[in-house]
Ligand binder design. Structure first.
Ligand SMILES: O=c1ccn([C@@H]2O[C@H](COP(=O)(O)OP(=O)(O)O)[C@@H](O)[C@H]2O)c(=O)[nH]1
Ligand SMILES: O=C(O)[C@@H](COP(=O)(O)O)O[C@H]1O[C@H](CO)[C@@H](O)[C@H](O)[C@H]1O
Length: 319
């Protein structure tokens, strides 16, 4: 029986106070990378909080990088004004044909950043606090055997009325990702928020795995890191509560399709399904938002290490 009950090593953010992290930091560098597409209303506050608490007050974070993911608003300006370094997604490794979506933004952020530890934080969070970063970085700074740390949190749904509906957030998590992981990768069932956008890992590990593009990235990373490092090297930290800007059900339908394609690709790659006929790449949707045929395929970027080492990339003018 796969190790279901034990799950990943779990702790809470309060167990990782910043002074203890500073004692453990030594020469280890920490980058916070935020993928941001049209997040002008939230990215500035998040960067300001990180900079104030974890750069100026306590120098835990060495780099705050915002990946401007083809935004059409003032995301880049707001992030820069708040003190982040900003790179345009398509300006990183420009010799490669550009791909799209969140996974592309994260892979480019990994390539353009330099920290030994990389902390990914979504740029649409509405209640971000700096303990999100210290909680995720803590286990990595304290324990050399930990390679990856995933956030856990309550995820209320906050609709247009601004009223939080407890545990109603994470719709694709509850309806798609959690069932798929329990069915095919039960070792990962202990991650309370498998699709959460906040997680941290060692650069040397992240450079060894592919990044699925679009919204398949979180699901793909969990499955690929389980295979690469094993559950004992994966941890989870409870950060409390996380609220963010919600997408429409139609948009989450497309996200669900991308995650199903990602799951299918891993089952095939692991020799657990034989694909006489690949799954269709389109989703026919009805209703008001995005009615019609949507492309739900995903691509993937190869392990960065297969191209060039992350540090070499950082030395090169990649962005
Ligand atoms: O093509 C994309 C899509 C999303 N994002 C960012 O990835 C994070 C999570 O995306 P989103 O909020 O759309 O997903 P949700 O949280 O609604 O599932 C946010 O900071 C987005 O700005 C991005 O950088 N590029
Ligand atoms: O968890 C989920 O179901 C989705 C949608 O959340 P909501 O139903 O809008 O709270 O949000 C996550 O999924 C994306 C795909 O993995 C991640 O990229 C996002 O960071 C995460 O918020």
């Amino acid at each position: 029986m796969a190790r279901l009950q034990e799950g990943p090593h779990s702790s809470t953010a309060a167990e990782w106070p910043v002074d203890a992290l500073m004692r453990a930091k030594d020469t280890t560098t920490v980058s916070v990378v935020l993928p941001a597409r049209d997040e002008e209303s939230t990215v500035g506050d998040i960067v300001t909080t990180i900079r104030r608490d974890l750069v100026e007050r306590v120098p835990l974070v060495d780099e705050i990088l915002v990946v401007d993911s083809n935004s059409t608003d003032a995301t880049a300006e707001r992030a820069r004004a708040a003190g982040a370094r900003v790179v345009a997604q398509n300006a990183v490794l420009p010799h490669l044909p550009p791909l799209t979506g969140k996974g592309e933004a994260l892979w480019k952020g990994l390539a353009a950043s330099t920290g030994d530890i990389v902390v990914f934080v979504d740029a649409d969070l509405r209640d971000f606090r700096s303990h999100f970063v210290t909680g995720l970085a803590g286990p990595l700074l304290a324990d050399a055997d930990v390679c990856f740390v995933k956030a856990a949190y309550e995820r209320p749904y906050v609709g247009e009325d601004g009223v939080p509906r407890p545990a109603a957030g994470g719709r694709v998590t509850e309806l798609v990702a959690r069932p798929l992981l329990n069915m095919f990768w039960p070792e990962l069932a202990g991650f309370a928020q498998p699709l959460g956008g906040e997680y941290a890992a060692r650069r040397e590990v992240l450079e060894q795995v592919p990044f699925v593009t679009e919204y398949g990235v979180e699901f793909g990373l969990l499955v690929d890191l389980l295979e690469l490092v094993g559950l004992d090297a994966m941890a989870q930290v409870d950060l409390g509560r996380r609220t963010h800007t919600h997408q429409s059900v139609a948009a989450l339908g497309r996200m669900a399709g991308q995650i199903m394609h990602t799951a299918w690709s891993r089952l095939e790659r692991q020799g657990r399904v034989l694909s006489s006929e690949p799954p269709a790449g389109t989703l026919l949707q009805f209703g008001t938002d995005g009615a019609g045929l949507a492309d739900i395929t995903v691509a993937e970027r190869p392990p960065l290490a297969s191209l060039v080492s992350g540090r070499e990339l950082a030395r090169r003018d990649v962005a």
